[in-house]
Design a protein around this ligand. Structure first.
Ligand code: COI
Length: 354
């Protein structure tokens, strides 16, 4: 990273911050004053700009609207007791964005543009970072193709952008999830590991069927046999089975979640047995019935640690035990939360201070 990256800054004239009710933040509905925008053309990334947050206009033939060359990331910033800005593991998001970029034929974004652009943007909108417990600044970096062209080929122009949202909880209660056995999220050789827009678009219909039936989310299963648990689309899935932490190996069909890997690292340090292995739905529901499965939870940037209360499968609802104070998912949430808020020493080098 260099200190000399030039960024053109065009500040807002008047902040909109007074229009936001910081005591009742919902997820993803409020947007901070500024956004970062960087163009890619003539084979290189141009000078980054910070602009007032607002609409951008494009041709109806913009390629990303038609062929889905669009990828994104999600990360979070907080303020510590001294009012300093802390971002949780941003270099992991930068690396993952570039993995998605390679798969989608989008040019990789250099580290200095990502990190320095992010830092400058957060400094400008520091007032927007919520201080309230349970709230944070959700950061949305994304890239998309911008050529005006109707042929199917990689675009020659792109944009990299970041905007920020002060947010409350994504999920506010334990989740009822249904195992999906008809539709699929990702198959081997596909794009399931990448954070591209189409993975989310394809999830909407089966998720709607599940929410219409009274569930909050779906559990995706493997595309070939619908036998094994994969992820939940908005988060990775983890289970405590006979005291061990069990989660699907990420491979090429599952997003390599940053919260997931943080949870695994903490569990390992705490001496817990980790099993990154295939878990069949049969083993899961039988384990719930026999009491072997004591916890089920999701892990993701937006979701953080989201306890699961109920798993629906083939018309039957399997009820997880009530979460205790000593539950692993509760303890690991506290550990990660304390680190990202700067309440606990960052011994793992997870926090970038801005
Ligand atoms: C995130 O956790 O950052 C995601 O992108 C998931 C999405 C449901 C907001």
């Amino acid at each position: 990273m260099t200190d000399t990256l030039q960024i053109d800054i065009h500040q807002i004239e008047k902040s909109r911050i007074d229009t936001v009710d910081f005591d009742n933040l919902v997820f993803g509905r409020s947007f901070a004053d500024h956004m970062l925008m960087v163009d890619y053309k003539d084979g290189e990334w141009q000078t980054p700009q910070i602009l007032p947050y607002g609409p951008i206009s494009y041709s109806p033939a913009m390629m990303s609207l038609h062929y889905g060359q669009a990828i994104f990331e999600g990360m979070k910033a907080y303020k510590n007791a001294e009012g300093e800005i802390l971002v949780f593991r941003p270099e992991e998001n930068w690396k993952r964005l570039n993995k998605s970029a390679v798969r989608m034929c989008i040019p990789e974004i250099p580290e200095d543009i990502f990190m320095e652009g992010l830092s400058q943007l957060l400094r400008l909108d520091a007032e927007w970072i919520p201080a309230k417990e349970g709230c944070s600044m959700y950061i949305r970096p994304f890239m998309f193709s911008t050529d005006e062209y109707v042929g199917v080929s990689p675009s020659k122009t792109y944009k990299f952008m970041i905007f920020n949202c002060p947010v409350g909880a994504y999920y506010s209660k334990p989740l009822r999830v249904r195992v999906e056995t008809q539709y699929i999220r990702a198959a081997h050789g596909g794009v399931g590991f990448s954070k591209n827009a189409g993975n989310y678009g394809g999830s909407l219909y089966p998720t709607k069927l599940a929410t219409d039936a009274g569930y909050d989310q779906i559990i995706w299963t493997d595309a070939a046999t619908h036998t094994f648990v994969e992820e939940a689309g908005t988060m990775n899935l983890l289970f405590v089975i006979d005291g061990a932490l069990v989660t699907a190996p990420t491979g090429d069909t599952i997003l390599d979640g940053i919260t997931r890997k943080s949870v695994l690292q903490v569990a390992k340090e705490w001496g817990m047995e980790i099993q990154e292995r295939q878990l069949s739905v049969k083993e899961l529901v039988e384990g719930i019935q026999s009491g072997k499965v004591t916890e089920a939870f999701g892990a993701g940037t937006a979701a953080v640690i989201a306890p699961i209360s109920t798993i629906g499968y083939e018309g039957v609802d399997y009820q997880l035990p009530e979460r205790t104070e000593e539950a692993f998912s509760k303890r690991v949430f506290t550990e990660i939360n304390d680190i990202r808020l700067g309440k606990k020493a960052d011994t793992r080098g997870w926090v970038m201070k801005i």
